[in-house]
Design a binder for this molecule. Sequence first.
Ligand code: ADP
Length: 642
Amino acid sequence: MYSSDESQQMKLSNGNPIPFQSIIEDNEAGLFYLENDRIVYANPAFVEVLGSTVTSIIGTSIINKAKGEDREILRNAIDEIKKGHSNRFSKDLSLNRNDEENVYFSIHLKVVNRRDGIVEMAGASRDATSRVTKSIKLSIEKSRFASLYENDIAGIFIYNYEIDKIIDCNQKALDFFGYPKKEQFLSKDRFQFVPQSSEYFPKMDLHKLTDKHAERVKKGEAFNVPGIFQGYEDRKFFVRANVIPTFHEYGEAFIIFNDITKSIEADINNKAIEKRYKVIFENSHEGIIYLEANRFEPILSNENALELMGLNDIKEFDNILPHDFIADRELLNTDIKKEDYFPMKVAEAFEKGRTEFEMWARRVNGEIIRINVVFIAENSDKNRPKIIAFIRDITHLYEAQDKLNQKNKELKKYIDSNLELENFAYLASHDLQTPLRSMISFTQLLERRIGESIDDEAREYLDFIIQSGHSMRNLVNDLLSYSRVNTNKINLEKINLKKLLFQINSEMSSLIREKDAYVNIEMVPDSIVADRTKIKQVFQNLIGNAIKFSKEGTSPEVLVTGEETDEWWQFSVKDNGIGIPDEFKEKIFLLFKRLHGVTDYEGTGIGLALVKKIVEQHEGEIKVNSEPGKGSEFVFLIRKPF
Ligand code: ADP
């Protein structure tokens, strides 16, 4: 207690005594007086603090009014004071008050007097609940932030919107922004680390947007926003930022952000891809329909698909059952019902992911078309699986294919019979050689033996037999070489062409002399790659014919020329002979085809067929240009090997 002497000494300026009682009793602060830990006085405010009545407080221990750990703290403090180790105590303590949670009071104790082991203390208390809970919250948040901050889980920096300055940042933030040194980043303000504009938001002033952020922070509002940051060397990146005010009165906030550039870019990219798909979808030559699989209901269709089915609008599908598009002939000779057809194909698509089939379809106008259909199963929405159908009108293709198949069948028949014929020709000609040879030689022997004794007519008969034998031998030989062309494999080698042509020339020298012919070889390539024996047969036949089919009274003149392109060797054998009428220009290349009225010329009708076959074996072709009465030119190509 204050001594009366002291109190009497203290006066107001008007001389009146200070009204201590009223000051104490009416004080908003809780005031009390202790003897050791016992409360001997409590003003009304302190009685209220403890939520009790004066009578139930006076004489009780203040220690029991503290709660939990704080009770021990208070007990220790008072013990210390009693021991004389200290004269003061000051702390925010949690007090027991009507079971209320977290009631904090700041308690101050001061020793006033010590006597006979009793310490007298004056005490004061003030409500500290809101301050303490706030600071606890803050410390919890701080520890939360600290772990985020230090563990670099996200980029974090502390920004003060009042002074517009970055206060601090963690390593992760620095990595995101890319500044080599922390100081470089710390010197930036929001007008530097946020670009003013971006191509992605062309109409937006991003700096103005950060003004709004500043306002919100100052109001203590936490928020989460997408944004664009600008880092070292103006590198821009997309972020999602959590702005959490810490000391909002001072405009300070934690900005916690993640770089979401990759996902944004993927998103932008996806949109571009989607756009591209749309263009493909709309412009595809194929009909594309996107269908709900279970009910086979079109959701989307491109123009082509509608046109294919003979529709103008996707809505028209509503009036038509899917199986109306199936032509009757599609299910002819099957026991599949029309309504089961598409569900069957859909099931197949879901089983394998995709199914492709051809079918006869009926357009809305009744026209029957052949279509190729691909069903792709799309299962991304399990409850509503979809089908993407690609449809192509292949009616023309089908008809062409059908014709081709027919032709192929005929061709196969023809080839088979031709092969049989060639086989037969080979066997026949080969087996005919020996008896033919015997027939000729025995007739010759007979002629020699009885030649003197028979009359002229009989000798003429014998000569005729021998001559026919020779003709037949030629025929058999030609036939044999013709049938051998196919069986002998083509054997490519480098050939000195000039040498080969001169050799042919000299082998034909008797015919040349006999016909008074002139064979001129001009400008042929030095060498070619071909089958020597076969190419020799080609030139032999063409030059031979050129000499043979000469005009009466005119010496045959033959010109052989050749030239080379990247892909081909091209040759020409030209004569001044009788020529070939137009209608025979193709027929002469057929086996045994000889021209009418050319009976004056010996031959078998095999030579040109053989030539054509050999040229074709060299992947070339042959044709004849001719003017009857003036001459002919045989032109042929041989493909150069790679
Ligand atoms: P062949 O010479 O044994 O009769 P080819 O197959 O070599 O048989 O010729 C077929 C036919 O083509 C000949 O019979 C002839 O009527 C005609 N022919 C071939 N070459 C010439 C040519 N250079 N000039 C005119 N007609 C020709």
